[in-house]
Design a protein around this ligand. Structure first.
Ligand code: NG1
Ligand code: ZN
Length: 533
């Protein structure tokens, strides 16, 4: 049963700051680190209870604020298969986080135990990790108190990336079963991915040196583990790998900087020569942006949409070469932020679905395909091979040697790709495999289609909750007359498209616009922003 005294004693050590409302959003709880102590404690309680609800399966907790400023932090829960927390429990998380004091928290916990039918006698297991943020260590102590209050068995995965934590959760829960996902350690993960990578590029021309911007975050630590394991299969030059200087994290570097500023971090300027490519991770290494300098030294960005297009086309080819095109259908999932040119390119080749922002939506939609490729334009994404597809690959009897080669590549891709959540390292190796197979440089990859110029702006509004959307966030239903005004504006621009949605991670409304020319995209974005303001 619930040890109320212990819960009370520990909760009193982590009082909730008054007058603050927390919300479990698309990225879990995320805000300035200094107000998160009580939330971490309560997430510990919740994670331990969720594990009991799921018969002692291991639940994950990741402490990170990803690409957000160093002073922020956040926390999200990972379900047993390595996926995002089930929807219904997001509101339980919000309810616990907002209980004003210890008695109210105890009441909320007792209520949750009842409505969610939690058997408190079940075991409870939780694995947790954090990124390199200075606030992480003390927030993890608050989390540990919450886990202790419920009596969970815990495993501290230390300082590591978000995708490694997701992988660990799945690996732990499948250990010793027929669905075993891989060794349940970070070393095991590195070994699994690097072995697959080496097989995939065997016999291909040497890969040119790749510059990797680690955003001065935990991706730098991950790379330090991958580089020796990769040996001479690829040479990675890690930059922005300073995880000890205060204020360096995500500062003027990293995937979010590259995507939003559409320019090369100054710290990379002297490192790239014309023709050479590089890539940027975000602060917890689950986003990846590529770029290269053209022959005139101009910066060219290869974002999540370009990655999706490259990878999806490659997998379609392999499926065909393996003689499996009747059995295995490849589909792509995007959000409204996908560049219109990418959607056009992809739709002409395979099924494409648009879903609301947030990895959980993309992930779930991708699960409906035999092979589902999903990427957000900002570089977060991965590829999912359905269980039936994996079985079909294992059982397929190739008729000719070329089919065997393609089949082997598909099986190795299944190992190379982190199928719990997007991983910048795994995605980077995936991109390099495709480029090696296609003998593409950045130029050929870039020329799959030409991005429509676009502009993303944020607008601070009094209350972002009055903005309600439909059609995968592409249209507003509230405030009532706004969408008609946006439509009227958009009609004036060649290839114009614009939409407005409330952010799930910041207290702002985002306005996206694209059009035939850059000046038009900027103009449209600012005029729509003017309507919103
Ligand atoms: P919000 O703040 O809801 O726009 C941002 C990103 C999402 C996703 C989440 C989670 C954009 C425009 N939005 O969400 O794609 O990555 O953060 O990190 O990039
Ligand atoms: Zn991230």
């Amino acid at each position: 049963s619930l040890n109320v005294n212990e819960l009370r004693r520990l909760s009193d050590l982590h009082p909730k700051p008054r007058a603050i409302q927390f919300q479990y959003g698309t990225a879990g709880f995320r805000t300035v680190a200094s107000i998160l102590d009580s939330t971490l404690f309560r997430v510990g309680v919740l994670a331990a209870l969720r594990s009991k609800r799921l018969d002692g399966k291991t639940i994950g907790v990741m402490v990170t604020a990803s690409h957000n400023p160093e002073a922020d932090n956040g926390v999200k829960l990972v379900d047993p298969r390595g996926e995002m927390l089930e929807n219904a429990w997001e509101s339980h998380a919000t309810a616990l986080a907002n209980a004003p004091n210890t008695p109210a928290l105890i009441e909320a916990v007792e209520h949750l135990v009842k409505v969610a039918k939690i058997d408190l006698n079940k075991p409870s297991r939780v694995v947790y990790a954090r990124d390199t943020r200075p606030s992480g260590a003390s927030l993890v102590r608050a989390l540990e108190d919450g886990l202790k209050a419920i009596g969970a068995e815990t495993r501290d995965a230390g300082v590591t990336t978000t995708p490694v934590l997701h992988y660990l959760v799945r690996a732990i829960n499948t250990k010793g079963t027929k669905d075993e996902y891989g060794p349940d350690s970070e070393e095991g993960y590195v070994a699994k991915l690097t072995a697959a990578f080496k097989k995939l590029i065997a016999g291909k021309a040497a890969i040119p040196l790749l510059v990797v911007d680690c955003a001065n975050g935990v991706g730098a630590l991950a790379l330090q583990k991958f580089i020796p394991a990769l040996g001479n299969s690829i040479t990675l030059h890690s930059v922005n790998d300073d995880i000890s200087t205060a204020g360096a994290l995500n500062n003027a570097c990293g995937a979010d900087f590259v995507k939003t500023q559409q320019k090369l971090p100054a710290s990379l300027e002297s490192l790239l020569h014309p023709g050479q490519r590089g890539c940027s991770f975000d602060g917890d290494a689950d986003r990846l942006m590529y770029f290269y300098l053209d022959e005139r030294g101009r910066f060219r960005m290869l974002d999540g949409d370009k990655i999706a297009s490259l990878v999806a086309a490659f997998i379609v080819e392999l499926v065909k070469s393996a003689g499996l095109e009747d059995k295995i259908k490849v589909g792509v999932v995007q959000t409204a932020y996908a560049n219109g040119a990418s959607t056009k390119y992809l739709s002409e080749r395979l099924p494409v679905k648009c879903v609301p922002t947030g990895v959980k939506h993309l992930h779930h939609a991708a699960e409906h395909y035999d092979v589902g490729v999903y990427f957000e334009a900002n570089g977060h994404g991965t590829v999912l091979f359905s269980p039936e597809t994996q079985q079909a690959l294992r059982e397929h009897q190739p008729a000719i040697p070329a089919q065997l080669t393609a089949l082997t590549h598909l099986l190795n891709l299944n190992d190379l790709i982190n199928q719990t959540v997007g991983d910048a390292v795994s995605d980077m190796l995936l991109v390099e495999v495709v480029l090696a197979h296609k003998s593409y440089s950045g130029v050929e990859w870039d020329s799959l289609y030409v991005d429509l110029p676009n502009r993303l702006v944020k607008v601070k509004v009094a209350n972002r909750n009055v903005f309600k959307t439909e059609d995968a966030e592409r249209r507003l239903i509230s405030p009532p007359t706004l969408q008609a005004k946006i439509d009227e504006l958009v009609r004036k621009y060649e290839d114009g498209r614009s939409f407005v949605r409330p952010s799930g991670t910041e207290d702002v409304v985002r306005v996206y616009a694209e059009a035939r020319a850059k000046s038009q995209a900027d103009d449209l974005a600012f005029r729509v922003a003017g309507l919103v303001y």
